[in-house]
Design a protein around this ligand. Structure first.
Ligand code: AHM
Ligand code: MG
Length: 336
């Protein structure tokens, strides 16, 4: 596929359409719409600081967090794009309590639903640090021709038909999988197109980067505390001590570890027994990507993609990254 390098996202989606189980073009069009919305959000993110898009809007989202202006903007852009696509009957967003159903005749006939974190890591917006969008696409389980239902969203991650993220960083990239490997596209601002820059991404089996909020060290289970001590030990053979890298923006931390090899952990803490991250629109899409690139994602006991969600905004501990590194954490947990 290296000879595809440089082709646009849309061209790539069209060429790969026959890979999809249901090759009717609907999923292809939906992915293209997500690409367009990402470009619009990117445009606003890039202006942060110049125009009045920074700061919070004075409202609290369903997770009890202050909503940033760009959170709200990104959310409305994706809702608009997905509603307009006609392929989607509903969506679940980090920013909205309940599912959003689309009631046009076209949308009610749509085969897909989308779970999305429109702008993740939004506490980083005001300080010019990378942020991201994370999305997950499923086929609906409810009957076509009707409104989307909660059951359409509460599916195991293994049932995703596509998962992806956009990182608004030193360059803007869209990375996604439809279950046939992982590909990354970099936005070329001169032509306004995402172009294939990272074909068939494979995460190294081993790595020497670890990403965890060590400020919470004393709140973690003892097994995680012992793992952190392990990665800090000196052992040239296993390249320890590992380097600590924690941006506090999941997409950015994940993306770096995907390219260079590493592990990201947001485990349970004393006050957050299910961790912080949301299963539907943070853990699942990244777990799909990491597995498709050869890595692993677990909650400390189970594979993330096997978890059966009970609620839309359910949280889960997340340990994700290079296979051998995730396995090592599991050894510590199992020997606890
Ligand atoms: P958000 O969805 O409210 O932006 O929170 C998710 C973010 C992740 O991007 C990041 O990895 C994590 O929260 C950081 O949390 P903490 O500050 O507790 O380390
Ligand atoms: Mg988030």
């Amino acid at each position: 596929m290296d000879n595809y390098l440089g082709i646009t996202l849309n061209e790539f989606i069209i060429r790969r359409q026959s890979d999809f189980k249901y090759a009717t073009g609907e999923l292809s069009r939906l992915l293209s719409h997500i690409g367009v919305a990402a470009k619009i959000v990117n445009r606003e993110v890039n202006k942060a600081g110049l125009v009045d898009v920074l700061g919070d809007v004075g409202t609290i989202n369903t997770q009890g967090e202050a909503q940033q202006k760009l959170d709200v903007y990104a959310d409305s852009q994706f809702i608009h794009a997905l509603r307009a696509s006609g392929e989607v009957c509903g969506m679940a967003s980090e920013e909205v309590d309940d599912i959003v159903t689309f009631d046009s005749i076209l949308a009610k006939d749509g085969n897909y639903i989308v779970c999305i974190d429109p702008l993740d890591g939004s506490s980083n917006i005001d300080v010019n640090v990378s942020i991201g969008t994370i999305f997950s696409i499923y086929r609906r389980v409810s009957q076509r021709g009707h409104l989307a239902e909660n059951a359409d969203f509460l599916q195991e991650g293994i049932k995703q038909v596509a998962g992806g993220y956009v990182i608004y960083g030193s360059s803007t990239m869209l990375v996604y999988t439809t279950g046939k490997g992982v590909n990354g596209f970099t936005l070329d601002p001169s032509i306004g197109e995402f172009c294939l820059s990272h074909a068939n991404l494979v995460i190294p089996e081993n790595g020497s980067l670890y990403s965890i909020n060590e400020g919470y060290m004393r709140k973690f289970d003892e097994s995680i505390q012992r793992y952190i001590k392990y990665v800090q030990e000196i052992d040239p053979e296993t390249k320890r001590p590992y380097k600590a890298r924690y941006i506090g923006s999941l997409v950015a931390d994940f993306h770096r570890n995907l390219l260079n090899g590493g592990i990201y952990l947001y485990p349970a803490t004393q006050d957050q027994p299910n961790g912080k991250l949301r299963l539907l629109y943070e853990a699942n899409p990244l777990a799909f990507i990491v597995e498709q690139s050869g890595g692993m994602a677990v909650d400390g006991a189970n594979r993330i993609l096997d978890l059966k969600p009970n609620t839309l905004h359910q949280r889960t501990p997340l340990i994700i990254g290079s296979t051998n590194m995730v396995k090592k954490v599991m050894e510590f947990i199992e020997n606890d």
